[in-house]
Design a protein around this ligand. Structure first.
Ligand code: CAA
Length: 440
């Protein structure tokens, strides 16, 4: 069976930076460590005045196509995942294809285009669509372009404000991929939830604390479903666990939660039994409250063990490096977590070919998905091409007043005239200010 998976990745960050401990915390009168230690975030990315979800997506896709020497004829499908769309009818992929057609001979008239929506999990759902399309043999030798692009803004004063971010991830899904092969086993956890909504509004209505509980509940269901599908979840089977990262503090919780779940009835639980006991079983308790109390105590003990600390440092922490500096990218977030881990592996000369990743995606509303990926031979060469670290370093550092203007401008307030903080270089820029968007 031909392997299908991710052949190339490009990442494009919004070119502006809001420093959380230095710039945001003093104005909010908060201890900077609430952001750096509590949420695990140092900065957020924002788009410059000439950037939006289309330009960021098109620039990431263009860079990917140039690097891989592709023309429109090589691409049979363009799927965009976003929860920041500005058009309820015409998909963002058509705008992005329109940009790309300005710089290539040829067009994408032959390509199937769409827009996927299910909050942050839509990026992974688009990967799945592309995978299924290729596996079904409908691709006629061509690849799919999946672009996850978002401007994740919250209302000023909302607790989510510290977790904002903006950027795009473009991925090429092909046969015989160079980075990772996607597995056939998959698990889902899905329920009708109202933790995070954007009913025709720019800023989400979000119940932050509840959204964290829903994330963990759906992840548990997805892990169980993945196991039912024949997927292995033993912590030793995976080198990295890239999860959806709204902020690294959430992944710290998800990591502990997943570890506890996946060591149940394994050699690891056996080893830890002498130190902290076995996990409480629900059947041993008369009421749910007592059981939950016992689980909380067990988790506190588990978190303090060397085994867990070591697993977390090796398997989860390397996935958070980019996210710490750019914030939440919604649909792109789990995909920058994967890239972050593989960059770490390359820097540390880790032998990764044939090794596995356990990828956990999540979208509010709510759905989680777990799947495994196997790293392919060309991974290091592909990851070496990423310029995300340089992009992060080159962002313009906003003052708080500048941040307020940027925030207003990207809230579609056209009265806010915003200067360009950075110089566009050989890239798609947003030039429209009227009813119709124009881009060059
Ligand atoms: N030093 C160290 N740590 C500190 C601290 C200090 N001075 N002050 C606070 N902290 C810690 C807190 O203890 C807390 O950690 P724990 O949760 O481990 O206890 C952490 O910093 C955050 O502090 P608060 O809980 O007080 O923060 P908050 O209430 O202001 O905001 C939030 C937290 C509700 C999650 C908010 O960021 C939010 O609404 N975010 C948007 C929603 C979100 O991202 N939800 C995640 C799941 S949903 C999802 O994943 C989809 C998606 O992308 C949106």
């Amino acid at each position: 069976m031909t392997a299908v998976g991710i052949d190339a990745i490009e990442i494009w960050t919004g070119k502006l930076k809001l420093d959380l401990p230095e710039t945001f915390a003093p104005v909010k009168d908060e201890d900077p460590e609430k952001y750096t230690k509590g949420l695990g975030l140092y900065a957020s990315s924002f788009p410059d005045s000439y950037e939006d979800i289309v330009t960021m997506g098109a620039n990431a896709a263009h860079r990917l196509m140039e690097r891989k020497g592709l023309t429109p004829d090589d691409i049979g499908r363009i799927d965009v995942a976003t929860e920041s769309a500005f058009d309820n009818s015409k998909p963002v992929s058509t705008y992005i294809a329109g940009c790309l057609e300005q710089v290539y001979d040829g067009d994408f008239h032959h390509a199937n285009k769409g827009e996927r929506k299910f909050a942050c999990i839509a990026g992974t759902q688009s990967l799945d669509d592309a995978y299924n399309w290729i596996k079904a043999g409908r691709n006629r030798g061509r690849s799919a372009l999946v672009i996850a692009t978002d401007t994740a803004l919250y209302a000023r004063g909302d607790p989510g404000e510290a977790t904002q971010g903006a950027g795009a991830v473009a991925m090429l899904i092909s046969e015989d991929p160079s980075i990772v092969e996607l597995s056939t086993e998959q698990g889902y956890g899905s329920a009708d939830e109202t933790d995070f909504l954007k009913p025709n509004q720019q800023f989400p209505s979000v119940d932050g604390k509840r959204s964290m509980q829903v994330y963990l509940a759906r992840m548990r269901e997805a892990l169980e479903d993945f196991e039912r599908a024949g997927g292995e979840t033993h912590p030793g089977d995976y080198v990295f666990g890239p999860y959806h990262t709204p902020f690294p503090g959430m992944v710290r919780k998800a990591g502990l939660f997943a570890f506890r779940h996946t060591i149940r009835d394994t050699d690891i639980e056996e080893e830890l039994a002498a130190e902290i006991g076995r996990q409480p079983r629900e059947d041993d308790y008369d009421d749910r409250e007592a059981f939950e109390e016992a689980i909380r105590g067990y988790m506190d003990d588990l978190k303090a063990t060397d085994q867990y600390q070591e697993w977390y440092a090796n398997t989860i922490d390397p996935t958070l490096r980019i996210s710490r500096e750019v914030g939440n990218w919604y649909t792109g977030s789990v995909h920058i977590a994967r890239a972050s881990a593989l960059q770490y592996a390359a820097e540390n000369d880790m032998e990764m070919t044939g090794k596995k990743l356990l990828v956990g995606s999540y979208g509010s509303g709510a759905q989680a998905e777990i799947h495994a990926e196997t790293v392919q031979e060309g991974w290091e060469e592909e990851l070496d091409q990423l310029s995300i670290d340089e992009q992060i370093r080159n962002r313009h550092d906003l003052t708080y007043e500048e941040y307020e203007q940027v925030h207003d401008r990207h809230n579609h307030d056209k009265r806010v005239e915003l200067e360009d903080f950075t110089e566009p270089e050989n890239e798609f820029v947003f030039v429209g200010r009227g009813d119709m968007d124009e881009r060059t």
